[in-house]
Design a protein around this ligand. Structure first.
Ligand SMILES: Nc1nc2c(c(CN[C@H]3C=C[C@H](O)[C@@H]3O)cn2[C@@H]2O[C@H](COP(=O)(O)O)[C@@H](O)[C@H]2O)c(=O)[nH]1
Length: 368
């Protein structure tokens, strides 16, 4: 069986053919690569504690395609969420950067009325939405929490002030608060030193490539460098760098700041919520020891073999679902980003409905 077509570098092949015919023009600039999909395939091929069910992937692909089509699931869905910013301007670019800089580790072992929560617009928000709510709350209070130059202003942006921004409406503090402050400081320094204090300028530098922007984020900001070792090899997930670019793309409907020619090259975002949906759909399977560990809500250390297998298999599973959908529906407007968004929203809907699901895995880190 030959190499799948979408893994052949056609630019390189064209260049080699031309060179053989004596045409020695400058070679094409090598396309940047995140190596997330290669990492996911390597992890999956060498995993012993996770597996995929081909039969359920095929079934899930059809069900997901049907549901997404019925819901007309598209980039427009992103802005339909109540708390997501609606304006299509640079302030929204700053908002999304801040949001995805801090988009990690919201899980809590406390019951819903005791876990970290933010009251905003008459509702109580937890998880990812508590972050979006507290950013909106700070802006309403006149605190420029989405402005990079503010994050490095030691006079105004004190830890005290940040603790006020991240205050909870319960007794539980936000997880990894100090690490979040460090993310703001580091990103603030880089954006102010190199991009005139604006992520929009960094988007410009990527020149319409989502992959180049993800690579630039991981290269230039340690807090986006979601890289680990598995079986003696480096593996990349770049979850927050990828979801940042995806959120910009979705918010701006692929235009303006959200224009990216290679958005389809992004992968699923390896978090702790979507694997629950994949498991509930019986696509992602855990070995008995790992499954028992997850069901007992025991900690899985960041960077451990189990955690890397779980994240890699989730990315690879969504890739198989994506390929299956496009195999049966070549015209479908789906990519890993929209499938991922749909799976995350489905996880939240199932949670709301009290659907019986395996608990999400417990890893505490700044990566997701
Ligand atoms: N793979 C993936 N992971 C996502 C999201 C989102 C929210 N994305 C919004 C944008 C478009 C979508 O329609 C959503 O409206 C958050 N997360 C991750 O989940 C975890 C939070 O879980 P919980 O504590 O239950 O809120 C945490 O790791 C967080 O980083 C996503 O879309 N995909």
């Amino acid at each position: 069986m030959g190499i799948p077509d979408d893994e052949i570098d056609h630019d390189l092949l064209d260049f080699m053919r031309a060179a053989l015919q004596g045409n020695t023009e400058a070679p094409p600039v090598a396309k940047p690569k995140t190596y997330v999909l290669e990492s996911a395939q390597y992890i999956f091929d060498n995993a012993i504690d996770v597996a995929l069910s081909r039969e359920h992937v095929v079934k899930a692909a059809e069900n997901i395609y049907t549901a997404m089509t019925k819901k007309a699931y598209s980039t427009e869905t992103w802005s339909s969420h109540e708390l997501h910013p609606k304006e299509k301007n640079e302030a929204t670019v700053d908002f999304i950067f801040t949001m995805d800089l801090l988009n990690f580790s919201f899980w809590s072992e406390l019951p819903p009325d005791k876990r970290f929560a933010v009251e905003y617009k008459g509702k109580t928000w937890s998880g990812y939405w508590s972050l979006v709510a507290l950013l909106q709350r700070a802006l309403d209070e006149g605190i420029p929490i989405t402005t990079p130059s503010y994050w490095i202003d030691t006079e105004l942006c004190t830890d005290e002030q940040l603790r006020h921004v991240f205050r909870s409406n319960t007794d539980e503090p936000f997880a990894l608060l100090e690490e979040r402050f460090e993310c703001l400081r580091e990103a603030g320094r880089v954006l102010c030193d190199r991009y005139d204090g604006s992520f929009a300028n960094m988007i410009d530098e990527a020149d319409g490539s989502a992959v180049a922007l993800v690579v630039r984020l991981a290269d230039e900001m340690e807090c986006f460098r979601d890289e680990h070792m598995f079986e003696k090899r480096p593996v990349n997930f770049y979850k927050r760098a990828q979801i940042l670019v995806a959120d910009i793309w979705a918010c701006f409907n692929g235009t303006s700041f959200g224009y990216f020619e290679d958005i389809d090259d992004l992968t699923m975002f390896a978090d702790y919520r979507v694997p629950v949906t994949l498991t509930t759909l019986n696509c992602l399977l855990y070995g008995p020891t790992l499954e028992a560990h997850i069901k007992e809500k025991k900690i899985i250390p960041s960077g451990s073999s189990w955690e890397v297998q779980l994240r890699g298999a989730s990315v690879w599973c969504v890739e198989q679902i994506r390929r299956e959908i496009l195999r049966n529906h070549p015209e479908a407007k789906v990519n890993a980003v929209l499938i991922d968004f749909y799976l995350y929203d489905t996880a939240k809907e199932m949670e709301e409905k009290g659907t019986e699901m395996i608990p999400h895995h417990r890893t505490r880190s700044i990566w997701y």
